[in-house]
Design a protein around this ligand. Structure first.
Ligand code: ANZ
Length: 816
């Protein structure tokens, strides 16, 4: 059996493509623009199976758009700042840039071999000074607008990486990068005020929900965590200022029998009496030593300490004790709660340990035998001389209570968000320096625009070892500067920015990557964006995808872009796993991409990944058959050698059955790609290959123009998945290179109309109607159509139908 030489084919076409440069996006093109974006990789090594999967899936759409006649922007760059490069540099005693550039060179080489249709003329690395100059410029714009600020607060601290982490980077209490258990530390840090946009970030999800994966939208909604409730003021004996608590259940206020303040909040230390101070401080130490995971575990026994003071319940007038405990978080709501053990399980558990009273304020159903009752029901034990909630449901009792508290001036309805401001400073070297100068006279002074970028001083190897403070602090020549305002001695900020800042605006940069006067050309950005497809991992559901949305809104407020959401549609691929498990070094189940590519060729690996299933599903490589993919590609390729008619032959005279199959396949393939069902599209191409093979080997024969039409359609459809094989086929079919931008096959609409058969309808044994129906009409549909026919109705003439015998698609017999 004839086959093609994989290695030779790959080398041959890479050279041709290089010369043709056919995927360069033309800003000036009159075609409609499409922007296919895929998350840029972190260059920590060469490409792996995960990249192979994403790029294969993403490329189907990018190549499809080209074939459909769009002008496509499909760029690729590298998210090259960050910890792995810095850690590698420490290990190898080199500069992080050296490591980063070597990996990038390897990755680009691999992407080219992999035939990903990226426009390499637009590539950049976020660690290029020409790029981070604008990251710094954007930081300063945020600073000028009050959206970047410094504050001292307890922050997540990774003891292993010796740096702070954003909340988003703490996963189950552990550092997202290295897995070390995260602790808390008080530090002055830079924040972006993303909370100013909380409501809009939430509202705009309603529109995105139509085109974004559900799990991403849900994750963002939960992360933003909007809740409606009330602030309630509690008067404390011997203290002027009341304590305000945040509650989502103001209706339960009559049942608030104690109060809890976060043990690590300043308020707790402020409230505690002298008699209780020692006990409190001991407890606080204990809390600081325990991890976030331990503290948030629901099954853990509740702990706490009495602060020695009482608060007055504003509705009952009762004196209720105030405790410090670790189940209340310092940085949520007001850091203090009213505890209602009758309706809240955590409060119930605490009340059991400390022997505190429980008053139910919602009547549980009769069969209820749990502890706290969190459901809806009529209010009980909830009345005094001025307000009576008795019998009201939760919603009504809430609004009634809020109105009453507002009237008394001791509370107000409020909206609360779980979302915190974005902590962006890092005490590490390999990132964009924060372009601020600290002056004893003028305070925080922005580095003047004409002095950007603030480039990193040359440090390497052991200079970079984590010390808990930024390594940049050691570069004294770099640190000590004149204050741009007063000229006096001042120092540079020594922190660098979180790499998520770099990746929050890279999609804009691709639209004008060589722009030297500003971060991007607004006209070009508005012409290309929002991007119509963003392909990437669901692990970015709340980090990157929320930050990028936030940046876009700020850029819109600055007048730099004319839209407020950067990505109108999104696709999350599953993971490539092996033998049912995530690939890992310790399990030794890693699959080496390079080996797969040399064994089966690029096309077979790409086809396997695309054909494996819906893109969202995980792919278990152990169950895949790249051999099978290769066999199919060779089968398809053989067709191209068997066609004996000439290019451009009049196909309208070809075999109609095969022409119909081809037309249907091409038509459906387009629809399938549009809804990301690439695997089904491939299955349909396989069927078309079989049908064509059958036609060649049967009476139709290889000279029939329909055979050429089918083989050409197969080639164009395959160009989305297996570009090397497709080019080879196209050439064998007698065409000039290349097939990649030849255009989508034209479909004769007439061939899509289903063939019909004639069904005969008899009433009392006499033919009364002939219906044109689809050959696969169901009995029920045919019966309905027969009974609806006017002639049939006339023949029945109001008589009782006793029996209908249906033999779809040919016959209906009506007995009256
Ligand atoms: C009284 C109450 C009664 C509550 C009840 C709930 C049920 P979400 O929905 O997540 O916003 N809370 C408030 N601040 C807290 C903090 N810093 N740490 C821990 N818990 C805190 O949750 C709001 C509810 O969580 C608030 O409503 C408060 O308890 C608690 F039957 O107040 B609730």
């Amino acid at each position: 059996r004839a086959t093609y030489d994989i290695a030779a084919t790959e080398t041959k076409w890479q050279r041709v493509w290089e010369e043709l440069d056919q995927f360069r996006a033309d800003d000036a093109s009159p075609r409609e623009k499409r922007y296919a974006l895929t998350m840029f990789p972190y260059p920590s090594g060469d490409l792996h199976m995960g990249h192979a999967e994403v790029f294969a899936l993403h490329d189907v759409v990018a190549r499809y758009w080209w074939q459909r006649g769009y002008e496509v922007l499909n760029p690729m760059g590298f998210d090259s700042f960050g910890l792995p490069a810095e850690n590698a540099a420490i290990r190898n005693d080199e500069h992080p840039d050296t490591y980063t550039r070597a990996n990038i060179a390897k990755s680009i080489e691999s992407c080219r071999k992999y035939a990903a249709s990226f426009d390499w003329s637009r590539t950049f690395n976020t660690s290029d000074p020409e790029y981070y100059r604008w990251t710094q410029w954007l930081f300063l714009e945020f600073f000028k607008r009050g959206l970047a600020y410094r504050k001292n607060s307890p922050v997540n601290w990774c003891p292993q990486d010796q740096t702070v982490l954003a909340n988003e980077q703490v996963v189950n209490g552990a550092c997202e990068r290295c897995g070390a258990e995260v602790t808390k530390k008080n530090l002055t840090q830079w924040y972006f005020k993303i909370t100013d946009y909380a409501q809009e970030l939430l509202d705009d999800l309603d529109e995105l929900e139509k085109t974004w994966p559900d799990r991403v939208v849900t994750a963002q909604r939960n992360w933003i965590g909007r809740s409606e409730g009330a602030h309630v003021d509690f008067v404390i004996e011997g203290r002027d200022e009341p304590i305000t608590v945040y509650t989502t259940r103001p209706d339960t206020l009559f049942g608030a029998t104690f109060m809890v303040v976060a043990a690590d909040a300043a308020l707790a230390a402020d409230l505690v009496t002298d008699e209780q101070r020692e006990a409190f401080e001991g407890y606080r130490e204990e809390v600081r030593r325990s991890s976030e995971i331990e503290r948030q575990a629901t099954d853990r026994p509740k702990t706490g300490v009495f602060l020695g003071v009482h608060a007055t319940n504003p509705l009952t007038g009762t004196q209720i004790p105030v405790y410090a405990a670790d189940y209340v978080l310092a940085d949520y709501g007001t850091g203090a709660i009213m505890a209602v053990p009758g309706q809240d399980q955590r409060d119930w558990d605490f009340a059991q340990v400390f022997d505190l009273p429980v008053i139910r304020t919602v009547q549980p159903p009769e069969d209820f035998d749990g502890d706290a009752f969190t459901g809806d029901g009529p209010a009980i034990n909830s009345a005094n001389d001025e307000i009576d909630l008795s019998g009201m449901g939760v919603a009504e009792a809430k609004s009634t209570t809020i109105a009453f508290l507002e009237g008394q001036g001791v509370g107000r309805g409020t909206v609360n968000f779980r979302l915190r401001d974005w902590l962006l400073s890092r005490q590490r070297y390999w990132g964009a320096p924060i372009p601020i100068i600290h002056c004893p006279v003028d305070g925080e002074v922005p580095v003047p625009e004409d002095q950007l970028p603030v480039t990193l001083p040359m440090l390497k190897g052991s200079d970079l070892k984590p010390k808990g403070t930024s390594p940049l602090g050691g570069a004294t020549d770099w640190v000590n500067v004149e204050c741009p305002t007063c000229g006096g001695p001042a120092t540079r900020d020594t922190d660098t920015m979180d790499t998520f800042v770099d990746s929050s605006w890279y999609m804009f940069r691709y639209c004008s990557p060589h722009e030297a006067e500003r971060p991007f050309d607004s006209d070009l950005v508005n012409a290309w964006m929002p991007s119509q497809l963003y392909v990437g991992g669901v692990e970015h559901a709340v980090l990157h995808l929320l930050y990028g949305r936030f940046f876009t809104k700020v850029l819109n407020d600055m007048g730099l872009v004319d839209f407020r959401e950067p990505w109108s549609a999104q696709l999350n691929q599953g993971f490539v796993i092996n033998q049912g498990k995530k690939m890992s070094k310790s399990l030794g189940n890693g699959v080496n991409l390079g080996e797969q590519l040399s064994a089966f060729g690029v096309d077979a690996v790409r086809l396997t990944l695309v054909f494996a299933g819906p893109p969202e599903d995980d792919i278990d490589w152990a169950n895949m058959s790249p051999e099978g993919s290769l066999r199919f590609l060779q089968r398809a390729w053989r067709l191209s050698g068997d066609v004996t008619s000439a290019p451009g032959v009049d196909v309208t005279t070809g075999d109609e059955a095969l022409r119909r199959t081809t037309a249907r396949t091409v038509h459906d393939a387009a629809e399938l790609v549009e809804v990301y069902r690439f695997n089904v599209m491939v299955a349909r191409v396989m069927e078309l290959v079989n049908a064509t093979r059958k036609a060649i080997d049967s009476g139709v024969g290889p000279a029939d123009p329909a055979v050429r039409e089918a083989a050409e359609a197969v080639t164009i459809l395959l160009s989305l998945v297996a570009p090397y094989t497709a080019e080879e086929m196209w050439e064998r079919l007698g065409h000039e290179p290349t097939v990649s931008r030849i255009g989508w096959p034209e479909v004769d609409e007439a061939l899509l109309v289903e063939e019909t058969v004639t069904a005969v309808v008899q009433v009392k044994g006499k033919v009364r109607a002939r219906l044109e129906v689809s050959p696969d009409v169901s009995d029920a549909d045919l019966e309905a159509a027969a009974l609806a026919d006017e002639g049939v109705q006339r023949a029945i003439d109001g008589a009782q139908v006793r029996k209908v015998i249906v033999r779809a698609p040919k016959l209906v017999n009506i007995v009256v």
